[in-house]
Structure formats: structure tokens, C-alpha cells
Ligand binder design. Structure first.
Ligand code: FS2
Ligand code: SF4
Length: 545
């Protein structure tokens, strides 16, 4: 195996024996083969599109497959074997469809579009098509940067899709980019251009998801979220899928079972639509990597709608339920919606009733809900505070949290920031500073949480709006600094989206991606001023200078 797609990759260079995340060698290899299979499907999908043949089943398959390979989503070998088999079948079906609409199949097609093998030979095949099969270090780096951007894009597209929002242009780009990663005639410059184009679609997909979420559930609003517990049996829901949450809330009504959020599901509390459920009690715990302790003390069933799942401990494994693209061998899985009906949570609810109430680990409240609409409602106050000098600088500290000790930097950085600064956050990165009680500036909290990682889009909308209000030509003239923490591939598409919007001098930590070759880093530094982090003291000084 060779995987270097996340921030915690072994030695900062690549997991080669087993993933630091817990991914096994065979799952890693099968994920590589699945990506290769998608590239083959994309070859025909591009041809089909040229002939105005748009196959919704192909778009959905590519989207879900990319999403399933994201860090901490699916560890189940059999699910990848089935997906590759289904992919090969779909590829052949699509090929026939292309022929039917008058397409001709070239004789010299790439192996990705023609290979086939029985399941027993998948791993052998995988050993020829993995990341290291691209020899040139820079081309490999750019191809993988593009693929990771696509994985993040696919994750967001999937959430929007679930809420019946989709855009063909996004799928067309995904197909085009997948094919480009097979093209040996493309040079580094061509791939850089594609990576930057991915940023444009990153903005589009986050805007689409924002529209899907806000038109379905209302605009997030200033909300106090309880972090304590009640004395009822309960279900803990984690991940990013709001539709799963909605159906769970509907089905738990009147059952005596409470519902709490964990990790990235916390921002669900900010949406008006979920406030009517009186059993939607609060948020339990912190970011994903603390689940080994927090799922234990929660006592009831835990429902993972998307990443981040950590290989479960035996002590609570029988209480874990997955759904959608998430999976782990030996863990119960809630099947997808069929025939327009909701998912069936009866087993989960019955399980909860047999469990004790959660053990309290914290008490109090946290404040959030500062997505673009809420911040714009406070715009006058914010603009006045900037004009009067009460707010000197904003810090976008969006992204991910993770296990590494070096991430304490973000807590220390938040504490060390001058009192006249405001943190704009989104994603599970927030847990490093959302319980610090950093106070407020004239009623504006010093930590403004917009929501999940995709709500980084809100932070960009806010920046663009402020640029307009202050009559500036360039987003970089605003008193906003970017100190972003990354972990998995959704952070990659968020980063590319920010680059597309023209944001410069983004600092990325706790370490720069292992998949960036020195030359690719050089391009990012020279063109966009991307940099890493150093010490809290030096960085605060540098940002405030
Ligand atoms: Fe956090 Fe994990 Fe949101 Fe990432 S819960 S690192 O998937 O997407 O952020
Ligand atoms: Fe390693 Fe991250 Fe890949 Fe897991 S996802 S195998 S930790 S690089």
C-alpha cells in the first residue's frame, strides 16, 4: 500500500504498512483500484457527454465512490470489492451506450477503460495502478492533489444530491479531471491549471450545498448549544449528513429517546428546522478523534452518517451504526433510502431504549450559527467595529481537528491572539478553541462558528461582502488572515476554492501535505504565498504586523 492523502500520513510522507487512520493494506489497495476503475468509467462518460448522453447513474456512482475513499469513511474490504465489480459492469454498460449514440471506441484506449479481472485478482491489479505508478514526482503530486480535490468535491456534491440539488457542470468536471490524471501527454503546467480549475468547482459545489442546506432547513442563526446531558436513553449522531439527522429526529419523536450531535454534526443545531424537536438535546463531546473515549461514555448507540469514523473499540463496537458511504467490517449498517421512503431507524431506536443515559462529560453551552446570513444581519455592527478599530483583524481558522499533539498550536494561537481580533471558523477545527470563552467585542463573539467544513463557503461570502462594503479592489486588502488546519480531502477542496477566489498568503498546518512535492510547494508559495506555521509567538507577530 501507499497512501499519503491525509495530514496524519506516516512520517509525513506516506503510510506503507498500515494506515495511521487504521486503514488496512488491502482496503488501501482496493481504494486505489476503485479510483482507477472510476478513471476508466470517466473515459466513456466524457465521450457520452460529448454526444449529449448524460447518465445520472454514472454521475452518482463516481460521486459516491470518490466519497467512499475519503479518510475515515469506509474500512470495509467487501464494500470496495463490490464497488469495483459494480464499476466494471457500469463501465461496460456505458461503453455500449456510447456506441449506441454513434460514438466510436478507439483501438488504443487506456488500460483503465479495458481491464477486467475476477475479484481474487483485484489486489494484484491494484499493485500496478496505485499512486506510485506515476514515476515523475511532480506529475504524481499534481495528479493526487487533483484527485483529493475531487474527493472533497464529491463529498459535498453528495450532501447536496441527497437534498435534491445537483449541477451537471460539477460532474462533467470530475469526469474530465479523472481522465486527465491518466494522460501522460499533460505537463505539470497543464495539471496546475486543472488543479486551479478544481477550485472554481469547489466554490460551485459549496455554493450548491449551501443553497441545498439553507433552502431545506433555513439559514443558520445565532444559537446556544447545550453541551450537558439529560437523563434519557439517547442516540449520538455524527458526520455531516443533515437529511439523516432530519429522518432520525422525526422517527425518535415520542419514543423517549433523545438525540445528541457529535463532531461535525454540531452545526445542525444552528438550523431553524431542527429547533422544533424537543428531544434534540445538544452536542456531546468534541472532534472526531476523541470518539474512542466519548463513544464509550455516551452509553447509547452511535450513528455515523459520514466520516470521520475511527476503527471502533470492542467496548462500544456493537453500538456503532453506519450508513451511506461509511462502513466498517462487523458494524451494523443502515441501508439507503428506497422507493422514496425514509431510512429505517427502528433498530437504532430499539437499541437506544436498552441502554443507560449518557454519562455527563461537560456542562454549559457553546455559541454558533454565524454563517453568511447571520453575519450579514450583524453587518452594520461588524463594519462599525472595524471602522472604530474595536476589531483590528479577523482570523479564518477553518478546517479540521486531528490527533497530533502539534495541533495544540491552534488552541495556544487562539488564546494568544490580541483581544481586538475575531476568529472565523468552520469545520471540526473549531473544537480547538470553541470552549475557551474568549469573550466578545461589543456583543460580537470572538469566535464566530459558521458551521461544518463546507460552510467555509460562508466565510468566503463574508469576506467578499466586506470587500464590497469597504470598497476594496482586492480581497487581500481586507484585515483578514488565514491560518487553516487541514486533515482530510475536504480541506483540500476548501483550500483550492479559496485560491480560486484569489485569497493569498494562506497558512496551512500543522504540517504541509505530504503529497506536495518540493516543486509543487514552490509553485504554491510563489503564486499564492502559501506557507506553513511556526511558533505561536512568531506567527501572531507576523500576522498582526
Ligand atoms: Fe472533521 Fe473529519 Fe468536516 Fe473533516 S469530522 S476532519 O471529515 O470533513 O472536518
Ligand atoms: Fe495514512 Fe491518511 Fe492514508 Fe490513512 S488516509 S492510510 S492515515 S495517509
Amino acid at each position: 500500500m501507499f497512501c499519503y492523502q491525509c495530514q496524519e500520513t506516516a512520517k509525513g510522507t506516506g503510510c506503507t504498512i498500515k494506515g495511521v487512520c487504521g486503514k488496512t493494506e488491502n482496503v488501501s489497495n482496493l481504494q486505489d483500484l476503485l479510483i482507477y476503475t472510476l478513471k476508466g468509467i470517466a473515459i466513456y462518460a466524457v465521450q457520452a457527454r460529448e454526444r449529449y448522453l448524460v447518465r445520472k447513474d454514472v454521475e452518482k456512482f463516481i460521486m459516491e465512490s470518490l466519497f467512499s475513499t475519503i479518510t475515515n469513511a469506509n474500512f470495509d474490504r467487501s464494500r470496495f470489492v463490490e464497488r469495483i465489480q459494480a464499476g466494471l459492469k457500469l463501465r461496460e454498460d456505458l461503453k455500449q451506450a456510447v456506441v449506441r449514440v454513434g460514438g466510436t471506441i478507439p483501438a488504443d484506449l487506456h488500460d483503465a477503460a479495458t481491464w477486467t479481472a475476477p475479484a481474487e485478482e483485484f489486489e494484484k491489479k491494484a499493485s500496478f495502478v496505485g499512486i506510485l505508478s506515476t514515476e515523475n514526482e511532480d506529475v504524481r503530486s499534481l495528479r493526487e492533489l487533483l484527485i483529493y480535490g475531487l474527493k472533497g468535491m464529491a463529498a459535498y456534491a453528495e450532501h447536496a444530491y441527497t437534498l435534491e440539488h445537483q449541477e451537471s457542470g460539477i460532474f462533467a468536471f470530475i469526469e474530465k479531471a479523472l481522465v486527465a490524471t491518466l494522460d501522460d501527454t499533460l505537463e505539470a503546467g497543464d495539471l496546475v491549471a486543472l488543479v486551479l480549475e478544481a477550485g472554481k468547482y469547489g466554490v460551485d459545489v459549496m455554493a450548491l450545498l449551501d443553497k441545498a442546506n439553507t433552502t431545506t432547513y433555513g439559514n443558520p442563526e445565532l444559537t446556544k448549544v447545550n453541551i450537558g446531558v439529560r437523563n434519557n436513553p439517547a442516540i449520538l449522531i455524527s458526520g455531516h449528513d443533515l437529511k439523516d439527522l432530519e429522518e432520525l429526529l422525526i422517527q425518535t419523536q415520542g419514543t423517549g429517546v433523545d438525540v445528541y450531535t457529535h463532531g461535525e454534526m454540531l452545526p445542525a443545531h444552528y438550523y431553524p428546522a431542527f429547533k422544533k424537536y424537543d428531544n434534540f438535546v445538544g452536542n456531546y463531546g468534541n472532534a472526531w478523534y476523541k470518539q474512542d473515549k466519548e463513544f464509550d461514555s455516551f452509553n447509547g448507540p452511535v450513528f455515523l452518517t459520514t466520516n470521520c469514523l475511527v476503527p471502533p473499540k470492542e467496548s462500544y463496537k456493537d453500538r456503532i451504526y453506519t450508513t451511506g458511504v461509511v462502513g466498517f467490517e462487523g458494524v451494523k449498517h443502515i441501508p439507503d433510502r428506497a422507493d422514496g421512503k425514509a431510512k429505517d431507524f427502528s433498530a437504532l431506536i430499539a437499541h437506544a431504549k436498552s441502554c443507560p443515559a449518557p454519562t455527563e462529560i461537560e456542562t454549559g453551552e457553546i455559541v454558533g450559527g454565524f454563517a453568511h446570513n447571520q453575519v450579514m444581519a450583524l453587518a452594520d455592527k461588524v463594519v462599525d467595529a472595524v471602522k472604530s478599530g474595536a476589531i483590528k483583524r479577523f482570523f479564518v481558522m477553518a478546517g479540521c481537528d486531528g490527533r497530533m499533539k502539534s495541533r495544540d498550536y491552534y488552541t495556544d494561537f487562539a488564546k494568544a491572539l490580541p483581544q481586538d481580533t475575531v476568529i472565523l471558523t468552520a469545520g471540526c477545527a473549531k473544537y480547538k478553541y470553541n470552549k475557551l470563552n474568549l469573550g466578545d467585542i461589543g456583543g460580537i463573539p470572538r469566535v464566530l462558528d459558521a458551521g461544518q467544513c463546507n460552510d467555509s463557503y460562508s466565510l468566503a461570502v463574508i469576506a467578499l461582502k466586506l470587500k464590497e462594503v469597504f470598497g476594496l479592489d482586492d480581497i487581500n486588502q481586507l484585515p483578514i488572515s488565514y491560518n487553516i488546519a487541514w486533515y482530510e480531502q475536504k480541506a483540500v477542496i476548501v483550500l483550492l476554492a479559496l485560491l480560486h477566489l484569489g485569497v493569498k498568503n494562506i497558512h496551512l498546518g500543522p504540517t504541509l501535505p505530504g503529497f506536495l512535492s518540493p516543486n509543487v510547494v514552490k509553485v504554491l508559495v510563489e503564486n499564492f504565498g502559501i506557507a506553513g506555521i511556526s511558533t505561536v509567538e512568531d506567527d501572531v507577530k507576523m500576522f498582526m504586523a
